[in-house]
Design a protein around this ligand. Structure first.
Ligand SMILES: NC(=O)c1ccc[n+]([C@@H]2O[C@H](COP(=O)([O-])OP(=O)(O)OC[C@H]3O[C@@H](n4cnc5c(N)ncnc54)[C@H](O)[C@@H]3O)[C@@H](O)[C@H]2O)c1
Length: 256
């Protein structure tokens, strides 16, 4: 039986992934603000430390898969704190617990937003690991009407993932580290947008998804399941766009 730690497992993609893992007969240690085995606020240092300690206690320090999925998308500094610094703390904090696994894996939930306009200063400070300074700039860019902190947090996460996936710590230790990048998923995160016809049309026109349109959480969970599976032995530092064709539509030939 494999043990998966899934953050953000109380809702949406995390919950759908947890359901699939359990349906396979494997074990889930869920982490979330509520309705989880480990209740932890990943926006804070204390919450992250508590999460690592609790997962260690519940698993005797032996796990097989990390799914760093928790996130939110409001234009506030807490979005950077959870989506980037919380995800890094999850990956780095739980990494030692993968050491005893025959087939360790780590998967991140990034986003197609990692391709969108971002704030260079927040990105640079985040990648330099200066959370305090990055949070100050994020704070200053938290106009509720804006859209900076979310794409910047996801871009930073993908940049970090690609740099670290090939390192001694991850690839060298036999741990595939990869990300999925969804476009629009129909989860509580996007419910308010889809409840408002104007916002809904605006979103659909800005985020083309020619293949099957906005995705159910299970579509993304399936991709996480593959990246986390024992079958995945050689995918390293990749961003799997589970986006109904958004990336191909918007980046097109420019990418290759
Ligand atoms: N919904 C979309 O359209 C979409 C698109 C691209 C990427 N994503 C990403 O998918 C991931 C999952 O999102 P979802 O759509 O399932 O949303 P969701 O809101 O249904 O689930 C997110 C979960 O993260 C948890 N969470 C938020 N802040 C937390 C904190 N401080 N500490 C611990 N847990 C916290 C929430 O409680 C919630 O259970 C996120 O990383 C999100 O950025 C979502």
């Amino acid at each position: 039986m494999r043990t998966y730690v899934i953050t953000g497992a109380a809702s949406g993609v995390g919950k759908a992934t947890a359901d699939m893992v359990r349906a396979n007969g494997d074990k889930v240690i869920s982490v979330d603000l509520h309705d989880a085995d480990v209740i932890a606020d990943l926006s804070s240092k204390e919450g992250r430390e508590h999460m690592v300690a609790e997962v260690g206690r519940l698993t005797d320090g032996k796990i097989d898969v990390i799914v760093a999925n928790a996130g939110l998308s409001i234009n506030a500094s807490v979005t950077l704190a959870v989506n980037y610094f919380g995800a890094l703390a999850t990956l780095e904090g739980l990494h030692p617990y993968l050491a005893g696994s025959d087939s360790p894996r780590a998967v991140i939930t990034a986003s197609m937003a990692s391709l969108q306009p971002f704030n260079q200063e927040i990105l640079d400070l985040s990648l330099a690991g200066d959370e305090e300074a990055a949070m100050k700039v994020a704070e200053a860019n938290s106009d509720p009407a804006g859209y900076v902190n979310y794409p910047t947090s996801k871009r930073a996460l993908v940049r970090w993932m690609r740099e670290h996936a090939i390192s001694e710590e991850w690839a060298g230790a036999g741990i595939p580290l990869n990300a999925i990048a969804p476009a629009i998923i129909l989860t509580p995160m996007t419910e308010p947008i889809f409840a408002d016809p104007v916002q809904r049309e605006n979103m659909l026109s800005k985020v083309p998804m020619p293949l099957n349109g906005p995705a159910p959480a299970e579509a993304c969970a399936s991709a996480i399941m593959f990246l986390a599976s024992e079958a995945n032995t050689h995918i390293c530092g990749q961003v799997l766009f589970t986006d109904g064709g958004y990336e191909a539509s918007t980046r097109g030939a420019g990418q290759w």
